[in-house]
Design a protein around this ligand. Sequence first.
Ligand code: SF4
Length: 372
Amino acid sequence: MVSRVAETYSVYVGNKVGCESTTLEGLRVINYLLLNGHSVVENPREATHVVLNTCAFLPSHRKAIEERLAGLCAEAPEAQLVVMGCAGAIAPDILLASRPVLVCGHRDLGRLDELFFRLVRFEQTPDYQFQESSERVLVPIGRGCAQRCSYCSIKRSIGAIRSRPVDAIAGDFRRNVAFGKRRFLLAGDDLGSYGLDTGSSLAELLSAIDDIPGEFSVLLGNIHPTWFLEYFGAIKAFLGSPHASKWLFLPIQSADQAVLKAMRRDYPIEKVSSAIEDLRRSVPGVRFYYDIMVGYPTEDDAAFGRTLDFIVRHPASCMTIARFSSEPGTDAADLPTVDPQLIRKRAKELQATYAAAVHLDKSVKIARWGQD
Ligand code: SF4
């Protein structure tokens, strides 16, 4: 049983790295603190409590988080430190030096009540808050993911898919459109698995959003290629609608079938290829954004060559290259790794091949994801 705290605190909430859903969770925490009568301060030096909201997926994240934690401890040496987001589940080692009083992941944010509960429990705080920005209004579809990629440590933190009801999401759009908002981002950890837990689907959700009257455009967050194929008809119809931003964000990762199988992402890559071609022919102005991973442990030269070939055949307007890194606790961490120098070389080769392919294909323009 958590007892109420008598005092009110000054709390600094900082974000370091993370996806849109992590950002939204940070906003929910701010709302929770305010509802409990605490003040949220902008300067950690004025804080009795410092909350750091962060993911720790990439090695570069970890370095940045370690530096941020050290900085916060120096700026606010007396403050109690709380770490939320994926970091506690993925990389507890980096928290050792800073010794937070509380570490809570996405699924146990209710533990914030141990420190801050006065009037409203965390679970009673409205589920989601929009992030208003000059860019877009973020509308979350829920949290969690239905996949089990062999290299991923995020899944341990975010858990299984938990979808919001279609009506609630459509209601968020209606209200914001009525208030004059025009640009939206539909955000989720695994957008395509939306509704698996509730008997709904991404197809149903897109159709409900498209039925909302008014002038607005929706950018879709990343869609795992399995769901891209599953809901191809619905996605194609949505991209052809005036309500859609013409971007499709596909985390392809590799174009080698054996590597995809080893990653436990066994979508038929040739079908993905054909579906991309279909969209390029039938949706004027469609643009693609790919995530590609190089150096997965079973990726040999021939497999890497197939990914290069894919990029040449289907150049995207935007691409992120991630180098494989062994995540403790994942199945891929037990596999012998590719030589890091070779991984660096492949990443450079992929970047150069991508640049050359875009240069040759005059129908493709490099752009920032979501740029109109
Ligand atoms: S889709 Fe794969 S990589 Fe993405 S969060 Fe789910 S398990 Fe992790």
